[in-house]
Design a protein around this ligand. Structure first.
Ligand code: HZT
Ligand code: MN
Ligand code: MN
Length: 439
């Protein structure tokens, strides 16, 4: 197994075939996040009866202060750093390299290089553990009838508490917090939809919901997503995409060419079909989307992983961090941009320019101080007290200083699914940092 979540109640799960993810068994709610630790048991043990008249005097025992063992609350709110002291967090799934790279596992030089990365690894593992705990709660608590705003705010409030930074004071969200806006993409909406203030959308019984959560610690962003459905007619769609993503994760490695990896992903995805309301659809990979490298404080680097076979000879390399994601569709297998924008990010290496528009100057200042190059959404500006920023924000997009990421949509009436993991190509082993027992 791969991870050691705190408290066994977080480990036990039962499989619910009607849902995209294995749902956790019900956990008991803990009010304050503290329970008596095991070593208190002896204090509560019954005293041995002073029998046979041997008037034994009861030894007065000094009451030692009770050690409290932290356990997670429901919804999760206890910081991961308190559940795992000494900066020691559970590893992701470690996978040995294959074929010519087998030597890396035991190679002294590679092990030495790996040991130099301890801060990077503990930041990534802390963010990944927060991701697993938040999504476990999301998977059992998200229900038809909720608004997308309730769902997004619930996930993000919990994620911020788990990494110990509410992001409400200047610069706090750069220490740890959301790695990008929570994607809540319904049916034909593929990616980059997060509700803006006033959004009235309610989750419905027959929706297919992609939940894409980004959490960072020290700029190390874990990017991982799953799909939920409440109607079992979508099961094969979800199975196709889960298989395709796991194929990508399995075949990824140092010196692997990304165009070839795309071929393996496509082969897995397109071996499925799904019957929905009496019509059978072949599952297509959404071909104009890609997986991507992740850099510190930046959600996408320069390398891409296609979901179809291409002649892109770019190699995966030692030290790379990849978001391996795939999207499947009952439609054409292509997306188009459209709809109200929620996601934005400050571009890396933009030249300094003098802005005449005062609202642009003020929102740019807030973005630099609070998010730097980490993607943010309009709700994140609202919660730090920014007002009437839209004109300024649009101006910064037009000036090429901030990049907007509009929603990506398949055709109306189609259904799409996504699964995504973040993987680290460590010198001696591949670590699927976001792996959990759910997916
Ligand atoms: C951009 C902005 C965000 C990265 C993929 C993705 C959600 O489509 C190179 C390849 C969050 C993520 C991203 F706010 N995008 N992963 N998870 N979206 S992407 C991309 O823009 S850039 C793919
Ligand atoms: Mn994602
Ligand atoms: Mn991604």
């Amino acid at each position: 197994m791969t991870t050691n979540p705190p408290g066994d109640e977080l480990k036990k799960r039962s499989v619910d075939a009607s849902n995209g993810v294995d749902t956790p068994a019900p956990t008991s709610t803990v009010a304050n996040g503290e329970v008596d630790s095991d070593d208190d048991a002896e204090e509560n043990a019954p005293e041995v009866a002073a029998s046979e008249g041997t008037a034994k005097k009861k030894k007065p025992r000094k009451k030692k202060p009770k050690k409290k063992k932290k356990v997670q609350t429901d919804p999760p709110s206890v910081p991961i750093s308190q559940l795992f002291p000494n900066n020691s967090y559970p590893k992701g799934e470690e996978v040995e390299y294959k074929d010519e790279n087998q030597y890396r596992t035991t190679n002294e030089e590679k092990r030495y290089l790996d040991n130099l990365n301890s801060d990077f690894l503990s930041d990534y593992r802390q963010a990944a553990e927060a991701h697993r705990q938040v999504r476990q709660w999301a998977q059992k608590s998200i229900k038809p009838g909720q608004t997308l705003l309730e769902i997004a705010n619930g996930i993000e409030d919990s994620a911020r508490r788990l990494v110990g930074h509410d992001g409400l004071t200047e610069g706090d969200s750069l220490i740890a917090g959301m790695g990008f806006p929570t994607g809540l993409n319904i049916d034909n909406i593929v990616a980059h939809y997060s509700p803006n203030a006033g959004c009235k959308t309610i989750l419905r019984q027959d929706n297919v919901l992609k939940v894409d959560i980004g959490i960072h610690v020290g700029g190390r962003i874990v990017d991982s997503a799953f799909t939920m459905a409440f109607n079992p007619m979508y099961n094969n769609l979800l199975a196709a995409v889960k298989d395709a993503t796991n194929t990508g994760v399995r075949e990824a490695g140092i010196d692997v060419r990304v165009g070839e990896l795309g071929g393996y992903i496509q082969e897995a995805m397109e071996s499925y079909e799904c019957e929905i309301n009496g019509t059978t659809y072949p599952i297509k990979a959404i071909r104009n989307l890609c997986g991507h490298t992740i850099l510190p404080y930046s959600i996408h680097g320069t390398k891409s992983v296609p979901f179809i076979k291409t002649n892109d000879m770019t190699k995966m390399e030692e030290g790379d961090v990849f978001a391996i994601e795939t999207f499947g569709s009952t439609g054409s297998g292509r997306y188009i941009e459209g709809g109200e924008v929620s996601h934005y990010a400050l571009r890396r290496d933009v030249a300094k320019t003098d802005l005449t528009l005062s609202s642009a100057r003020s929102v740019l200042g807030a973005v630099k101080k609070n998010f730097s190059t980490i993607p943010f959404c309009r709700r994140y500006l609202d919660r730090i007290g920014q007002e009437k920023y839209l004109l300024g924000l649009n101006h910064l997009v037009k000036a090429g200083i901030i990049e907007d990421y509009p929603p990506l949509n398949e055709k109306q009436g189609t259904y799409t699914a996504q699964f995504e993991h973040t993987i680290l190509l460590r010198p001696n082993v591949k670590e699927v940092i976001s792996r959990g027992d759910d997916f």
